[in-house]
Design a protein around this ligand. Structure first.
Ligand code: HEM
Length: 915
């Protein structure tokens, strides 16, 4: 059997925390290898440095063109410097000259194995903000600039192409103007600074920088509504880099322009009397570092959702900051590893990893864990810092794009509008920002998925993209062609060059039979011919949680670290003195969630509990949930639970029959023991499966002396339901009420009319409901018997807990609890609701907010029963007659029908035994 070509370090995660540590060690060793073997310089520095003079300001500020970060080699990392290489230049053959440039035909590759063809494959662990974000970052890092008209690359359209016959013509990449021309190595310039310096906002030249600045208090130019000024002809914003513009990019440029200005405000408040230039320089440093941090510890762990990676990325950043507090988080890991040194070797052997990590695993671990903290002085490993052609190549992530954007109202999951992505480009993006509203767009991007980074998932619109002044282009064909043109090796050679094993068969890449057949046909059964992008997108074996495969990852770990460790402003000068103490705090204390919340307060509720803005927004239940105040908890469950999962009108599920088999012991025990507000995933309600949920208030009546929440609760949720399909066992209404408490668990009560219901009467308001119902001799369901498994009084729910606590969380000294309460339906609702067969949920969704739905009565008479049914009934009548009105239940919203209301929300039952 052929051995696997894939790296096995991720398999270590199955050994728990120690495995994660060992995997980090392997990762560090891999990075070290790459640093030593895979960095190649292609620049003539003497020439580049000739005219650069580093002034005083450059000691504490980023220069517009990226010069003087490294004072001894001031051109390093600056604009118009060549891309370096991660593969040996001697092995880089210009495909243009090798005769292989068009083999196979790039348009055929695009048609056959790149095309999405309407069959969108989502990346379900990410949201669409992640797509805009990475393009936003890429525009900070690099661009090859405008292409040249000279000598275009031309190739025939393959047979059967939708574009018909003829040829496709692609302009060449602009050649390096300073090419020395001797070694035959092809080089190209980066038209953006190579540094992680926010050049997509600030520009890569003094002229561009002057255009975007307001020159007042260090701020960037925006109009009265916080919008960026636009170019007269294109309608695109004036910002550092505005190519390939669409609405997702515009959202990010707007928010980080606003963030820059918020930072400038903070600086002006703390350091009055400084110059505009001083404020600008500091704000740029802080904003750029914040973006770099967000990318390192939020975007990357979202797309590579693997525990090893998360720690490695945290170490990259907080190791870098050298912040003791943050590093302490990992100190335990280090201790754990030190205590278990003996096991490490065994673990490595077990997963087949070469155990030659050197004699000092802890030393390597320091490097892995503490990341770049050891390199408090910038370290370029003796190769001047630049980004590389291979780095550009692995960020060809166009499949992340959708072909349309879906627009939702904040809090909703019902699509309000769909807009073709093509119609969100260039000047149209700015119109949409105004028409739709930036907050609705952020919400909409937060809950939709990007495309998965796989083959056959290339956006359709990009394969027929209209470019001003260029015409229609096929980006998939261009992506393939560019790598070949620039001498990025084909996939297998690429892997060899960066220390990975080459593949020996197509079967190692994918098991999809159609894709296999297409790949073999396209590449003439020659695995060596496979294009590097095709191989990378095709990798079916990926480390757990990884949104892209290990080949791209290898390039990524090298360059991601290098970008930080070579930059003076992320190492020696990442200090209070250079950034200001408030500036360092701003970087360290803010996340992408904070940034979005700061500029769009209307999204605060949608972001509750979100720890990573790039993961799909939804209902998260953070550990501290119980500590929140009553209103925040109610709002969270309502907006992120109910509203976000509400059914579209056409998708309301039918009411299922009761699932008696589902009333198993464990579910029943859960019902009486759990104190959560949300059921675990997979929990379903075996009885009362479908209902309607509304926000309610318990408005107390004067003059009764029941205590705690009976004295009023402003934040509750009411669910009205029936036990099961009424055509199965009759119409049996039920109610569940949850009242939230500041900083403590909620209190709940449920009520029924009777166990067996009200027969064919479909009016949900026909009868009073109560927390106590009498056992029934003929009850066909047998719920009494079943509930007897967990309680000696199976038809009673007690409410003593509700009387013990007030809404503000304070405890009641001498609680007084009603023994039984009665929910008496509002007579108008009762009289206006049909008794004939119909869906009761339609009655509920028609009720406006602010409607009293029930009067509530309570009694203190104890519940007595007799062996004589008529005596039991008399006791019941007496109790009812003794009850006094204690309050009203008034809706605070309309009723909604939602997945959360049907399967998510959980109402605890308080047993007689637990009173
Ligand atoms: C509507 C959205 C987008 C459009 C219209 C677009 C269009 C383009 C175009 C026209 C090029 C240059 C093609 C050439 O070499 O001739 C390009 C290059 C590139 N794009 Fe996109 N793109 C979009 C989104 C993205 C996204 C989401 C990513 C994700 C990382 C991305 C990554 C890249 C990269 C890495 C390059 C190569 C840049 C270079 O050669 O220096 N693009 N794109």
């Amino acid at each position: 059997m052929a051995t696997s070509p894939w790296v096995t370090w991720p398999a270590l995660t199955k050994f728990g925390s120690l495995g994660v540590m060992v995997a980090l060690l392997v990762l560090a060793a891999e990075r070290q290898e790459l640093l030593e073997n895979n960095m190649f310089d292609t620049e003539n520095w003497q020439e580049k440095n000739a005219d650069i003079v580093c002034d005083e300001r450059s000691l504490t500020a980023r220069m517009e063109d990226g010069t003087c970060n490294i004072q001894e080699n001031p051109a390093e990392g600056s604009v118009h410097v060549n891309f370096g290489r991660n593969v040996d230049p001697a092995s880089v053959y210009a495909e243009s000259n090798s005769g292989n440039l068009l083999n196979p035909n790039p348009r055929e590759v695009s048609n056959l194995i790149m095309s999405r063809g309407g069959d969108f494959k989502p990346a379900t662990t990410l949201n669409f903000i992640a797509t805009s974000w990475i393009q936003f970052m890429v525009h900070d890092w690099f661009d090859h600039g405008p292409r040249t008209d000279a000598n275009p690359i031309e190739f025939p359209l393959p047979a059967g192409d939708v574009l018909g016959g003829g040829t496709m013509s692609v302009q060449r990449t602009r050649p390096d103007p300073d090419v020395s021309g001797d070694e035959g190595i092809i080089t190209y310039e980066n038209i953006n600074t190579h540094w992680w310096d926010g050049s997509q906002l600030y520009g890569s030249s003094k002229e561009k920088n002057d255009e975007v600045r307001s020159f007042v208090d260090g701020k960037l130019k925006v109009d009265g509504d916080g919008r960026l000024p636009t170019e007269f002809f294109s309608g695109k914003p004036v910002t550092g880099f505005n190519e390939n513009w669409w609405v997702g990019l515009s959202m990010l440029h707007h928010i980080f322009t606003q963030e820059h200005n918020a930072i400038a405000d903070m600086l002006v408040a703390n350091y009055p009397g400084q110059s505009d230039q001083w404020y600008f320089d500091k704000a740029r440093l802080i904003n750029s570092a914040l973006m770099a941090k967000i990318h390192t510890v939020e975007w990357t762990p979202a797309i590579l959702a693997n525990p090893v990676l998360e720690r490695a990325m945290y170490a990259n950043w907080w190791g870098l900051g050298g912040d003791r507090d943050k590093r302490d988080k990992y100190q335990d890991d280090l201790d754990n590893l030190n205590n278990n040194l003996g096991q490490i070797g065994g673990l490595l052997d077990l997963v087949g990893i070469d155990n030659g990590l050197g004699d000092s695993p802890t030393g390597s671990l320091e490097h892995a864990l503490a990341g770049l903290v050891g390199s408090r002085t910038p370290n370029n490993y003796n190769v001047p810092y630049t980004l590389t052609e291979e780095f550009v190549s692995v960020y060809r992530m166009h499949p992340l794009l959708r072909d349309e954007i879906k627009v939702y109202d904040i809090g909703s999951n019902v699509v309000d509008e769909e807009i073709a992505l093509e119609d969100t480009r260039n000047g149209d993006a700015e119109d949409l920002l105004g028409d739709i509203g930036q907050d609705r767009l952020w919400y909409s991007f937060g809950i939709t998925h990007p495309g998965a980074l796989t083959l056959n998932n290339y956006p359709d619109f990009l394969r027929n993209l209209s470019m001003p002044l260029i015409g229609d282009i096929d980006m998939a064909a261009i992506d393939i062609l560019r790598d070949r043109e620039r001498g990025v090796p084909r996939y297998n050679e690429f892997r060899r060059q960066i220390g990975l094993k080459p593949l020996t068969s197509f079967e190692q890449l994918t098991s999809d039979p159609q894709l296999l057949a297409d790949l073999k046909a396209l590449y003439n059964n020659d695995i060596e011919l496979v294009d590097t992008l095709v191989g990378q997108l095709g990798e079916e074996t990926r480390p757990e949680g990884f949104g892209f495969g290990e080949t791209s990852f290898q390039i990524f770990i090298l360059n991601a670290s290098r970008r930080l460790m070579t930059d003076r402003f992320f190492t020696t000068d990442y200090t209070d003195e250079v950034y200001t103490a408030e500036g360092i705090d701003w970087v360290e204390d803010n996340t992408m969630v904070d940034v979005i919340r700061r500029h769009f307060p209307s999204l605060a509720t949608s972001l509750v509990g979100m720890d990573n803005a790039f993961k799909p927004w939804g209902l998260n239940m953070p550990e501290e949930y119980q500590d929140w105040d009553a209103q925040t908890k109610q709002n969270h469950l309502w907006v992120n639970g109910a509203l976000r999962t509400s059914y579209a009108d056409s998708e309301v599920p039918a009411i299922e029959p009761i699932d008696i088999g589902g009333l198993i012991n464990s579910v029943l025990w859960k019902k009486v023991q759990d104190v959560t507000d949300v059921a675990p995933p997979g929990y379903s309600k075996p009885i009362h499966p479908r209902g309607a949920l509304a926000k309610v208030k318990f408005v107390p009546s004067a003059g009764h002396d029941f205590t705690g929440l009976f004295q009023g609760a402003d934040h509750g949720l009411l669910r009205l339901s029936v036990t099961g399909d009424p055509s199965d066992r009759g119409f049996a209404p039920g109610l569940a009420l949850k009242l939230f408490v500041d900083g403590k668990r909620s209190e709940n009560v449920s009520a029924l009319y009777t166990l067996s219901g009200q027969g064919s009467n479909h009016n949900i308001f026909a009868n009073e409901l109560s927390n106590y119902v009498q056992a029934e001799v003929n009850e066909t369901l047998g719920t009494t018997t079943l509930f007897s498994l967990v309680s000696t009084k199976p038809t009673l729910l007690v409410m003593s807990d509700m009387a013990k606590v007030k809404q503000d969380g304070s405890a009641v000294g001498s609680p007084k609890t009603p023994s039984q309460i009665y929910f008496v339906p509002n007579s108008t609702l009762k009289n206006n609701t049909s008794t004939g067969a119909h869906d009761f949920r339609d009655d509920l969704t028609a009720i406006p907010a602010g409607t009293k739905v029930y009067d509530i009565y309570g009694t203190t008479q104890s519940i007595r029963t007799s062996i004589w049914p008529w005596v039991t009934e008399r006791y019941a009548r007496e109790r009812r007659n003794s009850a006094v009105k204690i309050g009203e239940l008034v809706t605070d919203s309309e009723f909604t029908l939602s997945q959360f209301g049907d399967t998510g929300i959980f109402f605890k039952h308080q047993r007689y035994e637990d009173r």
